[in-house]
Design a binder for this molecule. Structure first.
Ligand code: G
Ligand code: G
Ligand code: MN
Ligand code: NA
Length: 258
């Protein structure tokens, strides 16, 4: 399609960029890291959101090259954040990168991650890969193998958009996830919809029983925060703490935190 060809050109012409949304510790209120979110800087349409082009990149296979670029760029930028270069006492700021199921299925995916770490100098424990439940419906054996390979590198793996699809407690037990991100739809709805509230509470109880830390997505109001704290949630991401921002702003935010 025309869009697919445009995307290929955009990758060659370096027209993608990453924005970073802060993640906060609900105990201290401090920033713990950022999620990297890709955008397409289009010559006439302006900044194009990932929902508009990631599905096309996945359908055409371009997601492999685009995903590798996102990974390299996120590691490069995060390696330059103050504190991350010094390996200081605070332990550094994590960068979370979204991974498409097609990327995980690549035979050389673990090497791609290793290359990005080596090229950037980023400490492996500061990289978190966000996997969606779409990755779980494929080949379980293969996914387990990839996750174990990533673990050997020292990289963290998170389950993204939890609750939005098919992922179950069984999946959380079967795969070595380091953290779980509750889908923003539940957080968003939890003050008006008793079922969304129950879902958030149940997820936090399940995760605690399994010893998996939880981050709540889409936290946009103080009232969300109060309920989440009551359920024992330790980390959050959302407009209340900051919108996705350019790399330079993220670096400034870190400087203010120090
Ligand atoms: O930035 P925004 O909040 O509009 O992101 C919407 C969704 O696009 C995210 O929730 C995420 O699932 C997806 N997304 C953003 N960046 C990437 C990326 O680099 N790779 C993949 N596979 N998905 C991404
Ligand atoms: O990976 P994921 O698809 O969850 O990416 C997060 C998406 O959610 C991004 O598109 C981001 O712009 C959006 N987002 C982040 N925080 C909030 C929030 O507090 N409220 C809403 N409605 N959307 C958010
Ligand atoms: Mn995500
Ligand atoms: Na998400």
């Amino acid at each position: 399609s025309a869009l697919a060809m445009e995307l290929r050109d955009a990758l060659r012409e370096d027209r993608f960029e990453l924005h970073f949304q802060p993640q906060a510790d609900l105990g201290s209120g401090g920033v713990t890291g950022f999620e990297a979110l890709v955008r397409w800087r289009h010559p006439s349409r302006g900044l194009v959101a990932p929902d508009e082009f990631i599905p096309v990149a996945e359908a055409t296979g371009l997601i492999r090259d685009l995903g590798a670029w996102v990974l390299q760029e996120a590691c490069r930028i995060a390696a330059g954040w103050p504190e991350n270069c010094r390996g200081g006492a605070r332990g550094g700021y994590r960068v979370s990168v979204n991974v498409s199921p097609l990327q995980l299925a690549q035979p050389d995916y673990v090497e791609t991650v290793q290359d990005a770490l080596l090229a950037s100098g980023l400490a492996p424990e500061l990289l978190e890969l966000e996997v969606t439940e779409a990755s779980l419906v494929a080949d379980h054996e293969r996914l387990l193998e990839v996750m174990q390979g990533l673990k050997r590198l020292g990289v963290r793996v998170a389950m993204d958009d939890y609750g939005a699809g098919l992922a179950s407690m069984h999946a959380l037990r079967s795969f070595p996830f380091d953290r779980l991100k509750i889908d923003r739809a539940f957080v968003d709805g939890m003050l008006s919809d008793p079922q969304a509230l129950a879902m958030v509470e149940a997820t936090l109880l399940q995760a605690r029983a399994l010893g998996i830390p939880v981050l709540a997505e889409g936290v946009s109001e103080e009232t969300h925060l109060a309920a989440l704290r009551r359920f024992g949630c330790r980390e959050a991401q959302g407009y209340l703490f900051g919108r996705p921002m350019q790399a330079a702003e993220a670096a400034k935010l870190i400087t203010r935190e120090e």
